[in-house]
Write a protein that binds this ligand. Structure first.
Ligand code: PLP
Length: 687
């Protein structure tokens, strides 16, 4: 099984903090965990400090359902007291050799909260005052601090949408932060040894979701412990594998809990493994009943993703080397994209294209910075971009026929093994998927792949357009030769046909340049984009340089959703990250390294015929076809690595462009192990 970055969120309570003097045990453990290579985020309380300052101001603390009632003065006192506590923690950690910074929710827009509404057993709303629950965590700030080698120490106060500061329960805040950052574990260091029940001296060792709910319902867990167990439960419901309540005053408990060692305190594990397995089965069955059987889906139920990793319902983590088929090129849930989507969905989600919108304009401007000047049409998918591009070729030819009195040219040329989508127009240029769908549209012709002579013989004055993937994806990761693409350019120019490059899969940095064509010294007339364009949201685009950019005019083409503001906001954020972080160059370098690593690891592997590709779009051609390819993909998944098999026998490897070298090594390790096991099994079966 491959290893994911180990990230734990530790909440230290007011009593465990100890302002001044030696580092208290819980923080000592934080230091040890950081030295062991863990990523640690600290969230702190400050109850005693808040109470002390409140009393000085003549205010007595009042608690409702275990939460501190907060009026405006209490929030102001909490802000001040928590800042003092946070600074003391950061100073203590820094002095112990673990540089740390303390932040409140207001700093850099780190946290956002909304008013917490709770009801009592009679259904009456409880008056909690200015108490909130975190609604947003700007995880990018936390990532930046971590990258700079700093431990973040967070105070649980946060503004709501109107800027009103709210007091947030620290356990609750820690749970939300743990879920938002995709932490493996949450540890609540308190001043009790865990969840205690009547008649038992020792705390309960482990609780699943059902047991926690029963304990709360039956009143066995109440008072200050209730928000703690509920916070643990919420964290596990949002993908945190385990949440512990431990006695932070005892040395080693926080560390033991992070390592999941029995005896550390009480562990909350969400649903029991048996319940999760049953839930997964129920999901798979419901899919069979409710969905058309068009896909062969792996038996994984993915609920959460971050960076190069995704998580199954049962907590299994997978290293994602397929990226939703080259969509999540910035990794899962990139903070810049998350923030852009959250922001835009609050402002304006949809307008139709009867109006102008700012997000769409920004995406168009951002696209033009990538090295292909022209006009854009926004669609919602790759297939739609293909449809639009074919219509563009035909309409341009029609206009020329009208204007110049030429005979109408109709023919659209595509190539063997190509994949341009599944709608009828796209299917017309995707021969391999036409069975049973005839009659097809007329005027389409398929030529052999990468065959200069065949192109020369077939493309002529009857050709309206030529569509080609510079690097074929579904067709088995085949890189076109420079001579072939240059010949297509020459022929289209000579005969007045439109040259369309389908960069839906290979564009936007995937093969090591913003556009794939940039690596072949050929400029097409039209480029289609999709997949990674929306950074996880559905979006496609047709880019066309002049004069092709004016071929489709008013009412010639349209889409209700095309360039939808939320998708556009995601696209702009994603494109900026791509450009500003130079991920195209990174893809080129890492792709080269990955191919070297694969060749070195797989050298002599009897099942592998060739490792090929460009940038981080890599194909491993196997010596035999299905079902071997599927078996390898399944075995990799069982070992925690996601990839797929295309064109029957080509394993397709497309990690995020943000993948780390260590993750590449982990992925190659799994693949090597699986291929060796398969080869050994095959040899044993043959022997
Ligand atoms: N063009 C290429 C090169 C593709 O790889 C794909 C999808 O795999 C498409 C077009 C179709 O895109 P979509 O599935 O978004 O319709």
């Amino acid at each position: 099984m491959v290893g994911v970055e180990r990230h734990v969120v530790v909440k230290v309570g007011g009593a465990a903090v100890g302002v001044g003097g030696n580092l208290p045990p819980a923080l000592d453990d934080v230091v040890t965990l950081v030295r062991e290579g863990w990523r640690v985020t600290v969230v702190h309380g400050g109850g005693p400090e808040i109470s002390r300052w409140s009393e000085r101001l003549g205010k007595t603390a009042r608690f409702v359902a275990g939460l501190r009632y907060s009026d405006a003065d209490t929030v102001a006192v909490a802000e001040m007291a928590l800042a003092r506590v946070g600074k003391a923690i950061a100073a203590g950690l820094s002095a112990a050799g673990v540089p740390a910074v303390s932040l409140g929710g207001q700093d850099g827009g780190l946290l956002r909260a909304e008013r917490l509404r709770l009801r009592d057993e009679q259904g009456q709303e409880l008056d909690l005052g200015l108490v909130g629950r975190l609604s947003e965590v700007a995880t990018g700030i936390l990532d930046a601090l971590h990258s700079a080698g700093l431990v973040a120490v967070l105070a649980p106060v946060a503004p709501d949408a109107s800027g009103q500061l709210l007091n947030v329960n620290a356990d609750d805040a820690a749970a939300e932060v743990a879920a938002a950052v995709g932490a493996e574990a949450l540890v609540l260091a308190s001043d009790v040894p865990g969840v205690l029940v009547p008649g038992r001296a020792e705390p309960l060792g482990s609780l699943d979701a059902e047991r926690v709910r029963a304990l709360v319902r039956d009143g066995v867990v109440s008072g200050g412990m209730r928000p703690k167990v509920e916070a643990c439960l919420r964290a596990t419901e949002h993908g945190v594998t385990r949440a512990w309540i431990v006695d932070g005053r005892r040395p080693g408990t926080v560390r033991d809990a992070a390592h999941d060692r029995p005896g550390a305190g009480t562990a909350v594990r969400g649903s029991a493994p048996a319940a999760l397995a049953a839930e997964r089965e129920a999901v798979l069955t419901a899919y069979q009943d409710l969905f058309m059987p068009t896909y062969s889906r792996a038996p994984a139920v993915l609920i959460r993703g971050r960076g190069s990793w995704v998580w199954d319902l049962d907590g299994t983590s997978y290293l994602d080397f397929l990226c939703g088929i080259s969509v999540n090129n910035l990794g899962h849930c990139h903070p810049a994209v998350v923030q852009a989507v959250a922001r835009q969905s609050r402002i304006l989600a949809h307008t139709s294209n009867l109006y102008h919108t700012l997000p769409q304009l920004e995406t168009a401007q951002e696209l033009m910075r990538l090295g292909f000047a022209g006009r854009v049409f926004f669609a919602n998918s790759g297939a739609e971009a293909t449809e639009g591009a074919i219509k563009l070729c035909r309409k341009a030819a029609w206009r020329r026929a009208q204007e110049r009195g030429e005979p109408q040219r109709l023919e659209i040329v595509s190539f063997e093994h190509s994949f341009h989508g599944r709608t009828y127009g796209a299917l017309a240029v995707t021969r391999g998927y036409q069975t049973g769908f005839g009659p097809m549209l007329e005027g389409f012709r398929e030529l052999p792949w990468d065959d200069v002579a065949a192109a020369e013989a077939a493309i002529g004055p009857q050709t309206a357009g030529v569509i080609v993937e510079p690097v074929q994806g579904e067709g088995g990761v085949r890189v076109a030769s420079r001579a072939f693409l240059q010949k297509l350019r020459e022929l289209c120019t000579r005969h007045g046909a439109c040259l369309v490059f389908d960069e839906v899969q290979c564009g936007l940095g995937r093969v090591g340049s913003m556009f794939a064509f940039q690596q072949f010294d050929v400029e097409p007339d039209v480029v289609t984009l999709g997949k990674a364009l929306g950074a996880g949201l559905p979006m496609g685009a047709i880019l066309a340089r002049e004069p092709w950019g004016e071929a489709l005019r008013r009412s010639d083409h349209a889409s209700t959703f095309g360039g939808n503001p939320v998708a556009a906001a995601a696209a702009t954020a994603g494109l900026r990250v791509l450009r500003e972080e130079g991920l195209d160059r990174r893809s080129l370098e890492l792709g080269e390294r990955l191919r070297q690593m694969l060749r070195a690891t797989l050298a002599g592997a009897p099942l592998v015929q060739e490792v090929r590709g460009l940038g981080l779009m890599i194909g491993i051609e196997l010596t035999a076809g299905q079902p071997l390819g599927t078996q390898i993909v399944d075995a990799c998944r069982e070992h925690g690595l996601l990839l797929n098999c295309t064109a029957d026998r080509v394993l397709r490897v497309m990690p995020p462009l943000t993948v780390t070298e260590r993750e590449l090594e982990q992925g190659v390790g799994v693949l090597g192990e699986v291929l060796r096991e398969m080869a050994a099994r095959g040899a044993a079966a043959a022997g």
